[in-house]
Design a protein. Structure first.
Lengths: 142, 141
């Protein structure tokens, strides 16, 4: 990852070229239910393998390394919530199983989400992931 | 389904409308001159509705360099979900990803004219020095 950031740095035009790093800020996404009264019920978190946790830490370390080496500087960082809306707990489970690696919707959370949706048919199920976006500028130009 | 809007929508209204429609095929909204935003037609074919609030693309567009015909390299474009949303706002995009299946899904729905897709990891991508305005690591670091 450090090598990837270093390569990308070389490609940047002066004076305004930049790297934009967009990725999850937190390791574990949350399964939530929006209720008709406007409140939000936390259903559970996804199960995350060590592989995903290690990759998350490695990405943070890579950014820290290029900053310490004065190749790049972080000029701004922002977090936002990123939502995925399935129709059902089954759809959410299948989506994660198909699209994601090292992450699962466990049986307990899946069952709880289904039960809560049946108890309140007007509730809205979603997966919320906290995402960070940051700008990295070549140090000499920042 | 045809939806006729009689007043400009705010971003929150738009997100809510998209959700109420559910599996929406296309929504084209244009605010008046004072609204200063226009969302072009998009098409969702997947069942899962992803980021209808457009928090992601809004955050990205706010960070692109203020240059004409911005040249972007996107690392980890996947099936082009995000690429489609921002590419119309920049000059060119070179989108790379080593995942053959994801790129096949990207190509299946048609690649925007200003986007070039290459199947490769970043360590095999050779570009001239000082040739791009922004390198986006799209959920890829």
């Amino acid at each position: 990852m450090v090598d990837a950031l270093s390569r990308a740095r070389r490609w940047l035009k002066a004076p305004s070229g930049r790297i934009i790093d967009l990725r999850p800020a937190h390791v574990v996404p949350d399964v939530e239910l929006g209720l008709p009264d406007g409140s939000i019920a936390h259903v559970g978190g996804l199960l995350v393998d060590d592989e995903r946790r290690q990759r998350h830490l490695a990405a943070d370390l890579a950014v820290l390394t290029v900053v310490r080496r004065r190749l790049l500087s972080v000029t701004g960082e922002q977090e936002f919530s990123f939502y995925r809306y399935p129709d059902s707990a089954d759809e959410l489970r299948d989506y994660i199983a198909t699209k994601w690696q090292h992450t699962h919707l466990d049986a307990v959370t899946h069952r709880r989400a289904g039960e809560m949706m049946r108890a309140d048919p007007d509730a809205r199920l979603w997966l919320r992931e906290q995402v960070a976006i940051r700008t990295l500028l070549p140090e000499a130009r920042s | 389904m045809v939806v006729v809007l009689t007043a400009p929508l705010g971003a929150d209204d738009l997100a809510q409308l998209k959700f109420l429609i559910g599996r929406w095929q296309a929504i084209d909204t244009a605010a008046g001159e004072s609204g200063s935003f226009k969302r072009s037609v998009e098409r969702y074919t997947a069942r899962m509705i992803i980021d209808p609030e457009e928090h992601e693309v809004d955050a990205l567009l706010a960070r692109l360099p203020p240059v004409d015909r911005c040249a972007v390299v996107e690392v980890g474009c996947g099936d082009g979900r995000l690429t489609r949303r921002y590419s119309r706002h920049v000059g060119t995009v070179l989108a790379v990803d080593p995942d053959q299946a994801a790129l096949a899904a990207f190509r299946k729905d048609g690649i925007p004219g200003n986007v070039e897709v290459r199947e490769m990891p970043i360590d095999r991508l050779a570009l001239p020095d000082e040739s791009v305005d922004a390198v986006l690591f799209s959920w890829a670091l």
